[in-house]
Design a protein around this ligand. Sequence first.
Ligand code: AMP
Ligand code: MG
Length: 419
Amino acid sequence: MTPSALKAGGGCGHDGPALPLEQARGRILEQVEAVTGRERLGLREALGRILAEPVSAAIDVPNHTNSAMDGYAVRAADLAEPGARLREVGESFAGHPFDGEVSPGECVRIMTGAVLPAGADSVVMQERTERNGDQVIFTEGCKTGANVRAAGEDVARGQKVFDVGRRIGSADLGVLASVGAAEVDVLARARVAFFSTGDEIVPVGDPLPAGKIHDSNRHTLFGLLSELGVEIHDLGIVPDVPEALDEALRRASRFDAVLTTGGVSVGAADYVLEALEKVGSVGFWQVAMKPGRPLAFGHLDKAIFFGLPGNPVSAMVTFIQLVRPALVKLAGARPAAPLAFEVPTRNAIRKKAGRREFQRGRLVSGEHGMMVEPFGHQGSGVLRSMSEANCLINLAPDQGDVEAGERVTVEPFAQPIWN
Ligand code: AMP
Ligand code: MG
């Protein structure tokens, strides 16, 4: 059924009835392909970027067998008897190896990270020894290999450390540096454009005539997109005028992804779907979730398109649930499965069975462990509920009202985004 037919009184979505969330997510992901452009970057510039080529270790890490302790490098066989005495024949400091060999009856003073001298096979902590001139007395024996870090124990030379599609995080920068990768090949950043729609929308900073509201969606979207590290293109505000929307979508089709907010429902001034049908193609619209039921997905030329609802909470929740995984795949990585767990709710929750619902809540830890406090006003226009919340309460379609103390599933806002 077309959007126009639906406005005329149809009751279902463009491509059948409203889709369950998981199905909508799956269908979207099926239709997203990763960007193909790539560039070679210096290590630090690659932070937050996605690998286009696997990285293998150019060297063993650690590069040499070394000591995990400050103490003495020994031959374990020399310490068979408690109270054994060995002659100290030299020192091995980090960066300054001992260049001789440890023969039976000898030991070398060694520091953490220093090369284990030839002949030695173990290290005894300094605290387990006594010194008398050039004689070192060992109060107890040791196992062969004790306190020794073998060359290549962390990463062996030639071993693959990261695969294509890896998003480079802070620890990864360290790993890459340790294996000698001064430069890496990464995918080009996905170019994501967005605009707000609505005759009532005025940019923040401009005067606000009667009946108008400031544009908040473009700013939350800017924040959400910044977290993903994509290239952001803010195309401003487009009025509820069909020709203006057609034109705006045409101009946006050169990007990799296009997001709009508002105008996607069945109201008399909702033209986004009609414009999408004319300029691009509609995959499906309407997802069986609250907030966020009116949501369009489609293509504008090669760009993927999301028409998000205008209500600020709905725009954010649909972004988190459906747009973010798609943009992760577009960027060339794998989206992480949502991190969810069950906790009791401090207050009762009202919920109509029949569709999935995401309510805003605050996870708090109390005497009896963690609980969630649902936010008082769950209206999809109350953006403050998103600000105050730290999690979404994910209520399954068949779930009805929930009593205080019952367990509910929560998805914290601090989510692993990249798999
Ligand atoms: P719509 O989806 O266009 O019917 O809009 C739904 C509600 O969201 C209306 O109350 C709009 O005024 C509001 N809204 C739409 N776009 C924005 C925006 N960019 N910033 C804040 N509120 C918006
Ligand atoms: Mg509107």
